[in-house]
Design a protein around this ligand. Sequence first.
Ligand SMILES: [Zn+2]
Length: 176
Amino acid sequence: MAITPDTKDWTWVLERPCPECGFDTQGFPVEAVPGMIMATAAAWQPVLEGDTRIRPEPSKWSPLEYACHVRDVFRLYDQRLELMLSQDDPLFPNWDQDETAVTDRYGEQDPAEVAAELRQAAFAIAGRFEGVTGDQWQRTGARSDGARFTVETFARYFVHDPVHHLYDVTGQRAVS
Ligand SMILES: [Zn+2]
């Protein structure tokens, strides 16, 4: 059985804590985001050791596939953040995460390389958030499905994603 594309809109995580992973996007100062990104990237490293290629069930990604996704989310959100900081109210190009998983053959990538790439991608976006100051947090951008973000809501929305997927893989809920 193939992975069912996840087309759910997750922007509700900006309104209330996530009942699955326990993460509260409103529970921290936005300036904490770079440190949170690096901490989450560090927590992903052990996931990429051992048996990473086995799907717990046919319709659920393997740890390796999830890690590839998280790495690509770090890269994609860094591009989107760059757009928001350099253009006025940009529209983000669309990204089909499930198509990417198939065309980039997530399940066949090298776990050690993915671990290094994930860390590097985290470092890049954490650094870009680190440079955000003052009014820049209120700059805006929009997704192709119409969801609108400020740099601040974008940061809070984004930082939930790698935490949630860590829960998908380890079953460990976020500590709040
Ligand atoms: Zn969650």
